[in-house]
Ligand binder design. Structure first.
Ligand SMILES: Cc1cc2nc3c(=O)[nH]c(=O)nc-3n(C[C@H](O)[C@H](O)[C@H](O)COP(=O)(O)OP(=O)(O)OC[C@H]3O[C@@H](n4cnc5c(N)ncnc54)[C@H](O)[C@@H]3O)c2cc1C
Length: 496
């Protein structure tokens, strides 16, 4: 049995932020990580590293990273004011996001980024994925101009280095199994280490061990039939353990338990994410495509928004299609605008010089219906509206269902390319109810459970139905910090 002030379960971004915040309070902190070192870091380590936080202009971005003087003035940095952030989060969640949690997330997001920097994380402008040249000037779109240097792996590594330097003890291959609870307060964790039971005692426990996205049985149970067939984009270790442990002692479930973040993903991707080729299976350029199913039909408005606001809900639409697949179809005009991973060698694609040849090569697709769909789509486009992929250009279709609202381009320039996709799940939205000021987990009577805190994907009530790209890591930081501060302060306060 080992004794600490605070035990943090997990070693992703939210857990690391909680551990660092608790350590800065003066607490002696242990982290329990189910994964071995080389697979540690959770979904945070698979993340691209884009960060959505509130900023009024480039002056706020300069609090988070150094930007050369010529870029400060020469680039259109856009803004993501708190109002804009509220508008986006409320719109994509159909106004269901919890007001207190979303207020904490949005109003503390810039401070959280500055704090991450103070903890050793480094950020840089995301010119590669979030900007384009418009009339000779570089312009950002999607309201998240910064990303973590080195992506998710870089973020996790820098926070881990700082945690180790500050004396946090990290126990790898140590899977938390249950909470030690005396019917009044949480006293620690029972875990399994190399197959053997071990006990860790503490004043406070922070659960930051992810959702249930890697658990096919829970996915089927909560998300619905068919979800066991989704590919997992990230870690294989997030099995819902933390949620189960907390619910077992009476914690209150909260949020969109049938909801999830899921995207279009390489059809033949491995069962779980692969840290060696983390971005290879991304297919986020679909707004420039038409997506067609086995019946040769379109089934979503590919261009209703920038991908940042639709990609997380369209994975579910792909999963609903016959045999859970679709093709994203492009021609030579849009090919140069696709994200770089479309050129990776792991990609499943079909190339042809005519649409007829392409139709014949699309495995499992009704060829005649596909050609009819393309003919009708080509004929429906407002060709008088100029194409511009850096803004919502309004170049739309007229008279077809579903419509395409922006970036509609006639498919007429060979070679034609079709990318085979299925559904990849990122994380689940259902979680625990917490106090937004302390991170403390509430029980089913809405009373705080003494000694128990939660952060990251485990917090329910923030995301419903959909998601705005870049919010997961920032949410993990904001609520990780809150939980770490709460857990650290409580652990160091006698009789608390
Ligand atoms: C491919 C991909 C790309 C993404 N890109 C972005 C992006 O660019 N920007 C963004 O904001 N978000 C992104 N996300 C989402 C983001 O990664 C998550 O929202 C965020 O990382 C969640 O952090 P977390 O700390 O809550 O969970 P995780 O990082 O998943 O950490 C959970 C931890 O708990 C551990 N664990 C699980 N069970 C146990 C147990 N029983 N005992 C001990 N340890 C346990 C796991 O091993 C892991 O260390 C992406 C996700 C994926 C998969």
């Amino acid at each position: 049995m080992q004794q600490f002030d605070v035990i943090v379960v997990g070693k992703g971004n939210a857990a690391l932020c909680a551990a660092l915040a608790a350590t800065d309070q003066g607490a002696r902190v242990a982290m329990l990580e189910a994964a071995p070192v080389d697979e540690s870091g959770g979904n945070s380590r698979f993340a691209g590293g884009v960060m959505r936080f509130a900023y009024d202009g480039v002056e706020d971005l300069q609090k988070v990273t150094d930007i050369p003087a010529d870029e400060v003035t020469g680039v259109d940095w856009e803004s993501n004011t708190t109002d804009e952030f509220y508008d986006d989060l409320y719109r994509v969640t159909n106004f269901r996001t919890d007001p207190d949690l979303s207020e904490a997330l949005i109003t503390q997001s810039l401070a959280a980024m500055v704090w991450l920097r103070s903890q050793g994380a480094r950020f840089a402008p995301n010119y590669r994925h979030q900007s384009a040249l418009v009339s000779g000037k570089r312009k950002f779109f999607g309201r998240m101009p910064l990303w973590a240097s080195g992506g998710g792996p870089g973020l996790v590594q820098s926070l881990t280095d700082t945690a180790v330097k500050k004396g946090v003890e990290i126990f790898y291959e140590t899977r938390a199994v249950s909470l030690i609870y005396d019917d009044e307060r949480v006293l620690g964790i029972k875990a399994k280490r190399n197959g053997k039971p071990v006990e860790f005692r503490s004043q406070s426990v922070v659960l930051a061990c992810g959702g249930f996205e890697a658990n096919p049985e829970w996915r089927t149970r909560y998300l619905g039939p068919g979800w066991e067939l989704a590919k997992v984009r990230g870690t294989r270790f997030n099995m819902g353990d933390g949620l189960r442990m907390a619910l077992d002692i009476g914690a209150c479930p909260y949020g969109n338990w049938s909801g999830r973040h899921a995207v279009s993903w390489e059809r033949h991707a491995p069962e779980f994410g692969d840290l060696n080729i983390p971005e290879s299976s991304y297919r986020h350029s679909f707004p420039l495509s038409i997506m067609i199913n086995a019946e040769g039909k379109r089934f979503v408005d590919e261009g209703i928004e920038f991908y940042n606001y639709t990609y997380a809900k369209y994975g579910a639409e792909v999963l609903k299609q016959t045999e859970q697949f679709a093709y994203q179809v492009f021609d030579a005009k849009t090919k140069p605008l696709l994200r770089p991973e479309y050129n990776d060698k792991q990609v499943t694609k079909v190339v042809a010089n005519t649409l007829e040849e392409l139709a014949a090569k699309l495995e499992g697709v009704h060829a005649e219906a596909f050609l009819k769909t393309v003919r009708e789509y080509n004929a429906s486009i407002r060709k008088d509206v100029p194409f511009n992929h850096a803004v919502k250009d309004g170049r739309c279709t007229v008279g077809i269902e579903p419509p395409k609202s922006n970036w509609a381009n006639v498919l007429d320039s060979p070679p034609f390319e079709a990318y085979h996709v299925t559904c990849g799940i990122t994380f689940t939205f259902g979680g625990l109810r917490i106090n937004h000021e302390t991170g403390q987990v509430l029980d089913v009577n809405m009373h705080p459970i003494p000694g128990l805190y939660a952060a990251g994907e485990m917090v329910g009530g923030i995301f419903y139905f959909n998601y705005a790209a870049g919010t997961g890591l920032v949410s993990g930081t904001v609520f990780g910090r809150i939980a770490g501060n709460g857990a650290g302060a409580a652990a160091l306060t006698p009789n608390c």
